[in-house]
Design a protein around this ligand. Structure first.
Ligand SMILES: NC(=O)c1ccc[n+]([C@@H]2O[C@H](COP(=O)([O-])OP(=O)(O)OC[C@H]3O[C@@H](n4cnc5c(N)ncnc54)[C@H](OP(=O)(O)O)[C@@H]3O)[C@@H](O)[C@H]2O)c1
Length: 249
């Protein structure tokens, strides 16, 4: 696979879970990586320390992706550390599973803010750079956009919107050589799904039973797919969302 030695990447929500694994994989492939986090500085610093210990380049940067000034600073600090940003992985995401009658205004703003407005802001910031020669963006969606699970109405709606944004952004940014794709992970064992009580539950067992490859996803399942999508090997792929779910759909 093509190396990413000349690339500077931002991975949002990379202090733990899928984002941390993606950051490690991109760094292993040679990219300089900004490990973004919102609150877990220790987690982000651990990811950075692991990358640096292997000879890679990484820096931890705090920013809430749903806050415009934070996103501006995230790009400024990344550019100051490593130069123009030409890889962006919009991984930061939040979810709750609850009856649609329980959705509050605050929860709506929280999920739409992180899951959709965040990627809009970061995509704008990437595109605002006039010193990049092409770039690649990967938006992390969910296989739930195919399955439409009950109690996931708000989360799935935000991720379906993110997939639509992916396709439209690919059309607008394609002429500048900026590719925009997505991945749709299946249910996976992460800090987030541990905190939700999903790991080890009957829901996880049912999910595994419905997965042709017979297990839950793991964070390390996703980095190689993202590394491929942002590499030159995927130069003819844009506006696509790749299902990465062990066959669950
Ligand atoms: N796990 C699954 O089963 C699964 C399945 C399909 C799709 N996904 C998607 O995959 C992505 C990662 O999921 P995960 O399970 O690995 O999540 P996780 O373990 O809960 O970690 C979430 C990460 O996102 C960061 N984050 C949350 N809100 C943020 C914000 N506003 N600004 C910046 N960073 C923010 C967190 O930062 P701090 O902790 O530092 O605050 C953390 O690093 C999400 O987009 C999720 O929707 C997950």
């Amino acid at each position: 696979m093509s190396r990413l030695n000349t690339r500077t990447a931002i991975v949002t929500g990379a202090s733990k879970g899928i984002g941390a694994a993606i950051a490690r994989t991109l760094a292993d492939a040679g990219a300089a990586v900004a490990v973004n986090y919102r609150s877990d500085a220790a987690g982000a610093e651990r990811v950075v320390a692991d990358i640096v210990a292997k000879g890679g380049r990484a820096v931890a940067i705090q920013a809430d992706v749903a806050v415009p000034d934070d996103v501006t600073r995230l790009f400024e600090q990344t550019r100051a550390a490593f130069g123009p940003v030409d890889v962006l992985v919009n991984n930061a995401g939040v979810a709750t599973f609850a009856p649609l009658t329980a959705i509050t205004a605050d929860e709506f703003q929280r999920q739409i803010g992180t899951n959709l407005y965040g990627p809009v802001l970061t995509t704008q910031a990437l595109a605002a750079q006039d010193d990049i020669d092409g770039a690649s963006i990967v938006n992390v969606s969910t296989a739930g956009t195919l399955q439409h699970p009950a109690y996931g109405s708000l989360y799935v709606a935000t991720k379906s919107a993110l997939e639509a944004f992916t396709i439209v952004a690919a059309k607008e940014l394609g002429p500048r050589g900026i590719r925009v794709n997505g991945i749709a992970p299946g249910p996976s064992v992460t800090e987030g799904t541990h905190a939700m009580g999903w790991v080890g539950s009957e829901l996880e067992a049912a999910s595994v039973a419905g997965t042709p490859l017979g297990r839950s996803g793991e964070p390390g399942d996703y980095g190689p797919v993202v590394a491929f999508l942002v590499s030159d090997d995927a130069r003819w792929i844009t506006g696509d969302v790749v299902l990465v779910s062990g066959g669950q759909r």
